[in-house]
Design a protein around this ligand. Sequence first.
Ligand code: C5P
Length: 223
Amino acid sequence: MVALDGPSGTGKTTVARKLAQRLGAGYLDTGAMYRMVTLAVLRAGVDPADPAAVAEVADRAEFGIGTSPDRPEIRLAGEDVAADIRGPEVTKAVSPVSAVPHVRELLVARQRRIIEDVVAHRGGIVVEGRDIGTVVAPDSPLKVFLTASADVRASRRSTQDTAAGRQSSVADALASVERRDHLDSTRAASPLRAADDAVHVDTSELSIDQVIVALSELASHRG
Ligand code: C5P
């Protein structure tokens, strides 16, 4: 198993999927799980800043997440919400929702079950998130913490948004990644932080392929 953590815009999702394909492993996007609960909260008309109401929606939400690195399925009450969970409303509300301890307990338990199941059936999994090496799978044989400068992350996020047909400027993207990193790193419940034994990889000056090569090499020794 490979635990891949780091802030947004470091190339984590692309790296995690490609690495899983290369290793013939499964893939789990834990950020998508927090985004699905957030979408459910918004659709229920609940205030994302109301922890008790958010916890109630999380308990009732019926969501499913696939573990194929090729096209992971993302469904809320049976509906394909892969595009909706990346929209600006969800991106804005996801940090307060994921700071609710009950939401984290629920999702971490589910993530551990998925990991166990995929490892048993496929032999390996690449899991991406913010707390995989610290909380979800502290025994993972390989933990990687991806970083990149804030400017590089903002410009990547803006390119991604534009490619997905969402309006975006680098300045807006910078404000958004900095705001989310601050909230994710300062929350009380499992904040974004590198595990003590994580390998740090700064992707600012690296192409995706260079990152994949470096990580495959590490995984062949430890993964
Ligand atoms: O990775 P992604 O940008 O899709 O994650 C969305 C949000 O979900 C993060 O900003 C963070 O608030 C939350 N998250 C988390 N723990 C994880 C993965 C994501 O709190 N393991």
